[in-house]
Design a protein around this ligand. Structure first.
Ligand code: ZN
Length: 637
C-alpha cells in the first residue's frame, strides 16, 4: 500500500522550533527592501503562454502568507519563500526599474534618453513580454534601446525575443551586449551531459512537486522554474575587459568581468550617474551554489570572493544601491558595503576553512559535518544557504581541488550500490530485520541514518515495500527540516518517486531539439561521440567528411575503436579518396538528421543533401549511434 505524504513528526516539530530560536528573526529589513518602490503588479504575477495556458502564476503558492510557519517547512526557508512571493514592477531609483517575482530571475530596466536598456530577459519569451508590458503600462511605451545579458544561464537570456525581434538584434538596430565567451558557454554547459542534467533538475527544482506545505515552497533564488519558450540569440557586442564602458541612449554603463564564478561567463555593471551597482548573480540574497544538484562543472569560490572584493574597491564608494538579477535590492551606501563585505567573506571563509581542513586530512563528509559559519556571518540572512548550502558547497570546494577520491583505498573500487546493498542486508540479518531496526531509528528521529541504510535496502531489493516506504518517510522529514530549498526539493521529490514512481518526461524535453542549433560543429560531433554504442560499433571503421554547404566549412569524423573523433578540414578538402563518404549538407539539416526528425533519403530526394562515395558508410555511422534521452531511475536501481 502506497502511503501518501506524512505530516511532520514530533521530532521534526521540535527541531524546527529549536532551529527558529537560532535565527535573527528581529532583522526584518529584507521585507521592507523587497516591497520598497512597488508600482504595480499582475494578479498572482500570472501570465499565459501562446496557447493560452498559464505560463507562470504564484496562485498555487497562496498558502505562503504569514509568519506562521507550518511545521513541515524550515522556518528560515519559510521566510525566504515569503520574500519570494513579493512580485511586480518596482522602482529601484528614479530611472531604474525591476520586474521581480514573475520568473525565477529578475529583469532590470534602465531608462535612457529615448528608450530603455533591458538587463536580462527572464527565462522565457512569455515572461519577458509580460514583464516589459507591465513596465510600459506604468512608464509609457518606451522603445528598447539595448539589451544587456549579464551571464550565460538560461533564466537570464531565454526570453530575449520577448523584448525585441530577432531582426532587431541581427541587423544591429538594437545592440545585444554580453560578456566575452557568452556563446561558447551559454549552451555548452548543458550539452554533453544535458540529458542527465535535465533529469536531475527535476530534483533540484522540484519540478512536478506539487506546491504546498508538504510539497514545493520555493527554489531559494526565486519561487519556481518557469516553463515556456527559451531562445538563444547571439550577442552583437561583447564586453571583454574590466573597466570597459558603454554609453547607451545617454546612460553610462561601467563593466567588470567576473568569469568562472556563478557562471563561466558573467559580468557586473555599475551606473555611475545613479550610483546603482548590479552584481548579476554573484551577490544575491543567499549563499549561492558552488555545485548545483542538476550537475555542472564545479565553480571557483576563490574567484567569486575576488570579484566581489574587486567590485567593492572599484565602486564601493559610489554605490548607493545594490541590485541583483535575483531577489531584492540593498539600499544605502553603508548597507551595500556591509552586505558585500559579508558576501565576500562568506565565500572566502568557506573556501579557506575547507582547504584548511583538507590539509588537515579531513574528507568531504567530515568537513561538511564539522564546519560552521562564524556567527558574524551566519546572522546575516543573505549568507544563509537557500540555493547552495554550506554543507554541500564545502564538498564542491573539495572536488575543485581534490576530485572525487578521498584517498581511502576502500573507496577506490567499492562494489556498486546494488551489490553493496545486497551484501549489507545479508550481513545485517536480512532486509526485514534491517527495516525493523531502521523503523526504531526513524521513531528516534535519526533520519539521516535511516535514509542512508534504507537506500542500501532499496538498492538491495527495490520491491521491498517496507524499505521503500521508510526511505520515503525519512526523505520527507529531512526535506521538511532543510533550510536549503534545493535540499528540500530533492528529498521530497525522491520521496514522491519512491511512492508513486517516475513521472513521464514531457515529450518536448525528451528529444534533442533546439540546443543543437546553438552549438558549434565541434560540440555537435562531441555530442555524437557520446551516443556511440560500443555493442554496435565494435569492429566498425569509418571515415566521413561532412561539408557544410551554408557555412563554407567541413569536418572529418572518424569512427574507429568505438570512438568517434573529428577534426576540422577545409571546405574544399572533403575527399572521397580518403573518406568512405563525403556528405554535402546544410548545418540545420544535419541537426534535423541527428535528431532523427528527417531521414537521409528524404533530404537527398529534396536535393538538401548530396553524397559522394559509399552511402552505406553514413548509415553505418547512424547505426552505431543511439542518442541518450529520457528519464532514468535515481532513488532505486
Ligand atoms: Zn539566475
Amino acid at each position: 500500500m502506497t502511503r501518501t505524504s506524512q505530516p511532520a513528526s514530533a521530532t521534526t516539530i521540535q527541531r524546527q522550533a529549536a532551529f527558529a530560536r537560532t535565527l535573527p528573526m528581529e532583522d526584518t529589513r529584507d521585507f521592507d527592501d523587497a516591497i520598497r518602490g512597488r508600482m504595480d503588479a499582475l494578479p498572482d504575477a500570472a501570465y499565459d503562454n501562446e496557447a493560452g495556458k498559464t505560463a507562470w502564476s504564484l496562485a498555487p503558492y497562496g498558502f505562503i502568507d504569514g509568519d506562521d510557519c507550518p511545521d513541515t517547512v524550515n522556518p528560515s526557508l519559510w521566510r525566504q519563500a515569503r520574500l519570494n512571493m513579493i512580485h511586480g514592477l518596482f522602482e529601484v531609483v528614479e530611472g531604474v526599474y525591476q520586474i521581480r517575482g514573475m520568473d525565477l530571475a529578475n529583469m532590470t530596466i534602465v531608462e535612457g534618453k529615448t528608450g530603455v536598456i533591458v538587463i536580462d530577459a527572464l527565462s522565457t519569451v512569455e515572461g519577458a513580454q509580460a514583464g516589459l508590458a507591465l513596465y510600459r503600462r506604468n512608464r509609457g511605451n518606451r522603445p528598447v534601446s539595448a539589451v544587456i545579458l549579464t551571464h550565460t544561464h538560461t533564466d537570464h537570456w531565454g526570453g530575449v525575443l520577448g523584448v525585441a525581434g530577432r531582426e532587431d538584434f541581427t541587423s544591429g538596430r538594437i545592440p545585444l551586449i554580453a560578456p566575452d565567451q557568452f556563446m561558447e558557454h551559454a549552451v555548452s554547459e548543458n550539452v554533453l551531459a544535458g540529458n542527465a542534467m535535465r533529469r536531475r533538475a527535476f530534483y533540484q527544482f522540484g519540478i512536478f512537486l506539487p506546491p504546498g506545505q508538504q510539497g514545493h515552497v520555493d527554489n531559494g533564488l526565486g519561487k519556481t522554474y518557469a516553463g515556456g519558450q527559451a531562445v538563444l540569440v547571439a550577442p552583437t557586442d561583447l564586453i571583454c575587459a574590466t573597466g570597459d564602458t558603454r554609453e547607451i541612449d545617454g546612460v553610462t554603463f561601467e563593466f567588470q568581468m567576473a568569469p568562472e564564478t556563478e557562471a563561466p561567463a558573467e559580468m557586473h555593471i555599475f551606473l555611475p550617474a545613479l550610483g546603482v551597482l548590479n552584481l548579476a548573480e554573484n551577490a544575491v540574497h543567499n549563499f549561492h551554489n558552488l555545485l548545483p544538484f542538476r550537475g555542472a562543472q564545479v565553480r571557483n569560490a576563490l574567484n567569486w570572493t575576488h570579484y566581489i572584493s574587486e567590485a567593492l574597491e572599484m565602486w564601493g564608494d559610489g554605490a548607493n544601491v545594490l541590485i541583483g538579477q535575483h531577489h531584492w535590492p540593498v539600499f544605502g551606501r553603508d548597507a551595500v558595503r556591509d552586505y558585500l563585505e559579508v558576501q565576500r567573506d562568506l565565500y572566502k571563509f568557506v573556501h579557506d576553512q575547507t582547504v584548511r581542513m583538507i590539509n588537515q586530512g579531513l574528507t568531504p563528509h567530515e568537513i561538511a559535518d564539522q564546519i560552521t559559519l562564524p556567527d558574524s556571518i551566519a546572522r546575516h540572512w543573505h549568507a544563509r544557504g537557500y540555493y547552495g548550502s554550506l554543507r554541500h558547497n564545502v564538498k564542491a570546494i573539495y572536488q575543485f581541488y581534490m576530485g572525487w577520491y578521498d584517498a581511502v583505498p576502500a573507496h577506490l573500487d567499492p562494489l556498486p550500490p546494488v551489490e553493496t546493498g545486497a551484501k549489507l542486508m545479508e550481513y545485517m540479518g536480512g532486509i526485514d530485520a534491517v527495516v525493523a531496526r531502521a523503523q526504531a531509528d526513524f521513531e528516534a528521529g535519526n533520519y539521516r541514518w535511516v535514509a542512508q541504510v534504507m537506500n542500501d535496502a532499496v538498492f538491495a531489493d527495490p520491491g521491498h515495500d517496507g524499505a521503500r516506504q521508510l526511505l520515503a518517510d525519512a526523505y520527507e522529514q529531512l526535506g521538511y527540516l532543510s533550510e536549503c530549498a534545493t535540499w528540500r526539493n530533492s528529498y521530497l521529490f525522491g520521496a514522491q518517486e519512491l511512492r508513486h514512481g517516475i513521472r513521464e518526461m514531457p515529450k518536448a524535453a525528451a528529444r534533442p531539439g533546439s540546443a543543437l542549433q546553438s552549438i558549434t560543429e565541434a560540440q555537435l560531433f562531441d555530442l555524437m561521440g557520446t551516443w556511440v554504442d560500443p555493442s554496435k560499433a565494435e569492429g566498425v571503421s569509418l571515415v566521413l567528411d561532412f561539408r557544410f554547404t551554408d557555412l563554407d566549412r567541413a569536418r572529418r569524423a572518424t569512427l574507429r575503436n568505438c570512438a568517434l573523433t573529428h577534426v576540422p578540414i577545409s571546405a574544399s578538402e572533403g575527399n572521397g579518396a580518403v573518406a568512405d563518404v563525403v556528405l554535402d549538407i546544410r548545418r540545420s539539416d544535419l541537426n534535423q538528421l541527428i535528431a532523427r526528425a528527417v531521414t537521409l533519403p528524404d533530404l537527398m530526394a529534396d536535393g538538401r543533401a548530396r553524397i559522394a562515395g559509399n552511402p552505406a558508410a553514413l548509415k553505418g555511422l547512424f547505426d552505431c549511434m543511439a542518442p541518450v534521452f529520457g528519464n532514468f531511475a535515481i532513488v532505486e536501481p
